[in-house]
Design a protein around this ligand. Sequence first.
Ligand SMILES: [Zn+2]
Ligand SMILES: [Zn+2]
Length: 328
Amino acid sequence: MRAQVLHLPGEPLQEASLPDPEPGPGQLRVRVEACAVCRTDLHIVDGELPDPKLPLVPGHQIVGVVDEVGEGAEVEPGSRVGVPWLGWTDGECRFCQSGRENLCDNARFTGFHVDGGYAEAAIADARFCFPIPDGYTPVHAAPLLCAGLIGYRALRLAGDATRLGLYGFGSSAHLIAQVARWQGRRVFAFTREGDTEGQELARSLGAEWAGASGEQPPEPLDAAIIFAPVGALVPVALRALEKGGVVVCAGIHMTDIPTFPYELLWEERVLRSVANLTREDGKEFLELAPQVPVETHVERFPLAEANEALLRLRAGKITGSAVLEVAG
Ligand SMILES: [Zn+2]
Ligand SMILES: [Zn+2]
């Protein structure tokens, strides 16, 4: 199979021809049709997350067709599945035992601890795969698998906020804005300064206001979700909050948060992060997505141009989600 491989963080991916992987017990092999590019992939490639498997095939928003099923895996060959970031948990630790498998002590993540979807085939644990909702092509379904469902978890943790700010209007925010509107919330979108395309996309998806992240929204926010990996946005978002509001940091990595006066947190404002996903999050979001319906706006790249997709994401030049179109 053709694959894009990370040999050393900080270096570009290299194209390789690898033997087809074989599924073990409980696993399945997926013929990858599409794999969306996540900012987390960029953090892994850039060496901002510790101890990736090396060499590594990145990619954790995989859509493909099952072509080989390992012993005991309960999935039909030929079915289309999605493979998310959460690749395996021990099922035994105090977090798994309390409905918080997203925090599992021994979790393994796709495209980080195990090879992912920047390749023509990938191996996945059948218990952690999702069925793909009807009405989505592989390319359009792929961003639902992380941008969508971890974004959805962040939205849930924002509580019942009416006025919702989204900082960083990229892959996740453009999906979650649609869910938030559908839930009857009001959406305020913050982009990099001068990102008129991102702001236009935000307005077209129902945001009633879109501006640069340094601007104050026209009204205080009841909650803000920060998708951009920029710690300086934390005090900025806190400053935009109503009393009792919450700021949710949705990324796996952020630059350092600058110091800020306590008055920004005072009056019961809350600052929290969101980590990974549970299978329950995935199930709930993938059932919800076609009801909204959540539409994914994608920029397609062939597998061989994975580095180009990452470069454009790093430069803030992707509108919506970048997706590697691997087959089909
Ligand atoms: Zn991701
Ligand atoms: Zn666990």
